[in-house]
Design a protein. Structure first.
Ligand code: H53
Length: 838
């Protein structure tokens, strides 16, 4: 990196400066922070120092909005959304904040005047990877949209010291490295130790009567931990709103136990600190798979209790009476991870504030909304009763009480239907006993929603059928969305310029306006510009691929991309089988006309999910063979980009021609990557699953490559005793593919390596890859043909973008506000510190 030309904070003048231009002010502030926050001068400064100096410069500009917002909300006692989520996959803050402040171009200019490159500095930020995948990223898009729509809101979660692991590839296998995101400090957060709260765990309960004969329950915990809030401001797009993401860190109430120390037990003296801090130490790296670990339940309870106690504190400072809790706060449960909140709010209101049960229950039910994100049985949380009792003895009693009253209601409604009572109970009693968190969430919420139309329908028909029959009005659908600020404006600046040049900038806040692009799909000049941008983005990604994977890919080949968590239901291995099929075709017919394709994969496997890791190994193995084979290398390339993350996603989505959304129908609740691709002009090859269905409806069936069984057909095929072997017998290419893998063609002759994968497919194929193989291969033929007509492909690409407006998270959030939260925007006037009297 070039050295800055300027070394004194007072001489921050560039070559052709107006005295008070924004770039000059930025430069000045930047150098100020380099000196007085980082304590560095250019000769000693590292890239990280420069990044941090710029981050602090931007932070100063956030704080005024943040204070103004807090002031306005407090003054008005505004009704507030509390979004409870165990994950917030935020991605780097600096670039996003510059976009939302409208300072991106000024920052680039002022940095370049100092001889620094803004992109290099942005790249220095270690992203807070406090989430696994779709669910955590959705929470991040939602708080962006809440701030943009000027809705008073707080995101509540856990400040994990170690976020999602860093993925590396060693000999083609995934190897996990600890994510040390806090290593160089986090300039975006402010600790608020003054608002710390105490959380109890374990122990037992006692009952006693007061003088009036009233029974009181006392929870005697066997340990307590302190929750310390760390706040990050979340800016709206070009408005004055800065909401708060409040993440809880667990600490020991006493860092050091002197009594123990004085007895000579040095280790024991710090033990409590270690045990307490474990609660917020690490994110569980499983997506859609529950592990049933005690620490995980304790984590969930920890952040939920901290958050609800925090809401009670806020009510107190704003003089809101307790019985108005549900009027002050609309609390959304992001999946069942925070569902313990139902029992905790009951405990706080009844045990700690002596409210009568019925009133507390009425408030609780009016407070919570529950979003379900999955139909997969392995992702539905249930806690063994013994474990639950060990961690939360009082909550188990409360859940029993809720259950007893609830089941009375069920018995009254469905006289004599004990099978239904058993099915709906909050406690599973067949075999080992469990607490069913989804049932607790349903019973304790006034609204229940799925995240795409098909998913919401299947919830009603299947997983939550009984609850839907009992309370049909509680159920609704809120199709997911993603924020166009991060996923277009920040990730794809070239496209942003082109679009804004054509239709103005309104689309960034009102994504439906992208429809105005439709006529441009027929304009040859516009199409040429569009194509050139895609090409430039592909060139950028090719550079990344060359550096990270050592593979040279051709930007004029079709970039066919599948990035998401690795999971059997998402079927990365279906794509792998198809690539082998193409390879086989090319080897047997070297003159075959084929659209040159670069297959790009990315995604993490849960460390304990062996089959997912083997799928990664299969993909990297195919890459090793194919990329080296001179007979096919002009037609086929296969790369696995390590460590798919928000940062990497920002480079990948804008460079994709084809988006692979190929889950078994009925398994992917929504998907949100599918939306990011479409917005950035990729066409989709996909099944009738999740939000794919709505994307296809929007962009037009003729601009979407559909294949595969529908959810209903999958159920029928499986119900009729699905036999994958039949499909194998009927498909010569598929047989060749399986035979190549079996004979070790992709594993240097080792016929054992992929045996578990192949055996699982041939004998069970739980996700129906074989049933969909031919249909998928046929759809790919259509893709190949379509891509060769580059004018028409570009037209379809433009239409995909133009018709993706529905998938803005602004639309999703507006629907939650209207149908579930009943909350209104609050406009924030800017407050200057000169206006404030202490
Ligand atoms: O949530 C996304 C969906 C996606 C679904 C995902 C998800 C998780 O990432 C983790 C747990 C879970 O229950 C669901 O798989 O389909 O788009 C956001 O709703």
């Amino acid at each position: 990196m070039n050295q800055p030309q300027v070394v004194s904070p007072n001489s921050g003048r560039g070559p052709d400066d107006e005295p008070d231009s924004p770039t000059r002010r930025l430069r000045h502030a930047f150098l100020h922070h380099l000196f007085y926050t980082q304590g560095k001068f250019p000769a000693l400064a590292t890239k990280t120092d420069y990044y941090l100096a710029l981050a602090h410069t931007v932070r100063d500009r956030l704080l005024q909005r943040w204070i103004s917002t807090a002031n306005e909300y407090t003054k008005n006692g505004s009704r507030t959304v509390a979004y409870l989520s165990a994950e917030f996959l935020m991605g780097p803050h600096l670039g996003n904040n510059l976009i939302n402040l409208g300072l991106f171009d000024d920052a680039r200019k002022s940095m370049s005047e100092l001889g620094l490159n803004l992109d290099d500095l942005l790249y220095e930020e270690e992203e807070p990877g406090l989430g696994n995948g779709g669910l955590g990223r959705l929470a991040a898009c939602f708080i962006d949209s809440l701030a943009t729509l000027e809705i008073p809101a707080v995101g509540y979660g856990i400040r994990y010291e170690f976020g999602i692991f860093h993925q590396t590839l060693v000999d083609g296998w995934q190897v996990e490295k600890t994510d040390k995101w806090l290593r160089y400090g986090n300039p975006w957060e402010l600790a608020r130790p003054e608002w710390s709260v105490t959380v109890k765990l374990g122990g037992h309960t006692e009952r006693m009567q007061d003088n009036s004969g009233q029974l009181h329950v006392r929870w005697v915990p066997n340990r307590t931990v302190l929750g310390v809030p760390y706040d990050t401001p979340i800016l709206g797009y070009r408005n004055n709103t800065a909401n708060t993401l409040r993440l809880w860190k667990a600490e020991a109430p006493e860092a050091f136990d002197f009594a123990v120390f004085n007895r000579g037990d040095y280790q024991g003296a710090v033990n409590q600190k270690v045990v307490s801090e474990n609660l917020s130490k690490v994110l569980y790296p499983n997506d859609e798979h529950v592990e049933g670990k005690e620490l995980r339940l304790a984590q969930q309870y920890f952040f939920v209790s901290c958050s609800l106690q925090d809401m009670l504190r806020i009510m107190k400072t704003q003089h809101v009476p307790l019985h108005e809790f549900h009027e002050k706060f609309a609390v959304q449960l992001n999946d069942t991870h925070p569902a313990i909140g139902v029992a905790e709010l009951m405990r706080l209101l009844t045990d700690e504030h002596q409210m009568h049960w019925n009133q507390a229950w009425d408030i609780t039910r009016k407070t919570f909304g529950y979003t379900n994100h999955t139909l997969l049985p392995e992702a539905l949380e249930r806690w063994p009763l013994e474990l639950f009792k060990r961690v939360l003895p009082r909550h188990l009693e409360i859940i029993y009480e809720i259950n007893a009253r609830f089941l009375d209601e069920v018995r009254q409604r469905y006289f004599g239907d004990e099978a239904r009572v058993t099915r709906m109970s909050l406690i599973e009693e067949t075999g080992e006993r469990y607490v069913r968190m989804a049932h607790l969430a349903c019973v304790g919420s006034h609204a229940i929603n799925g995240v795409a139309e098909l998913h919401s329908e299947l919830l009603k028909q299947d997983v939550l059928k009984d609850f839907h029959e009992m309370w049909p009005a509680k159920f609704g659908n809120k199709t997911n969305g993603v924020t166009p600020r991060r996923w277009i404006a920040l990730a794809n600046p070239r496209l942003t310029r082109l679009i804004s040049g054509a239709i103005g900038e309104g689309w960034i806040k009102r994504l439906e306006e992208l429809r105005q692009l439709e006529p441009f799909a027929l304009d040859p000049n516009f199409r040429a510009g569009w194509r050139e941008i895609k090409r430039a983005n592909k060139r950028d990604l090719s550079d990344v691929i060359r550096k990270r994977c050592g593979v040279a890919v051709d930007p004029s080949s079709m970039f066919d991309v599948q990035v998401k968590r690795i999971h059997e239901y998402k079927r990365q291995h279906l794509s792998a089988l198809h690539i082998i099929g193409l390879y086989h075709r090319l080897k047997t017919n070297p003159n075959l006309e084929m659209t040159p394709r670069t297959f790009i994969f990315g995604g993490k496997a849960a460390p304990g999910y062996w089959m997912a890791k083997l799928i990664i190994r299969l993909i990297t193995s195919i890459g090793e063979v194919v990329n080296r084979d001179p007979a096919v290398r002009d037609k086929l390339r296969v790369v696995f980009l390590p460590n798919f993350s928000v940062t990497n996603g920002q480079r990948i989505y804008p460079a994709a021609d084809l988006s692979e959304q190929i889950s078994t129908a009925g398994k992917e609740a929504s998907g949100t990557g599918n939306m990011k691709f479409a917005m950035n002009g990729a066409l989709t090859i996909g099944t009738m699953d999740g939000a794919n269905i709505e994307i296809r409806e929007q962009v037009g069936a003729e601009n979407f490559f559909l294949f595969g069984l529908t959810a209903h057909e999958v159920a029928t095929v499986r119900g009729n005793g699905y036999r994958p072997q039949d499909y194998l017998d009927g498909n010569a290419e598929l047989r060749e593919v399986i035979s190549l893998i079996r004979h070790g063609y992709f594993s240097r002759g080792d016929g054992e390596l992929f045996r578990p994968l192949v055996d699982s497919l041939v004998n069970h194929d739980p996700y129906c890859l074989f049933a969909d193989y031919q249909s998928y291969a046929d759809a790919h033929e259509r893709v190949g043909t379509a891509y060769r007509d580059s004018e028409d492909w570009t037209r379809m690409s433009i239409l995909n973008s133009a018709r993706s407006g529905l998938f803005s998270s602004d639309r999703t959030i507006a629907e939650y506000c209207r149908d579930i939260w009943n909350v209104q925007p609050v406009q924030v006037p800017i407050l200057s510190h000169e206006d404030v009297r202490v």
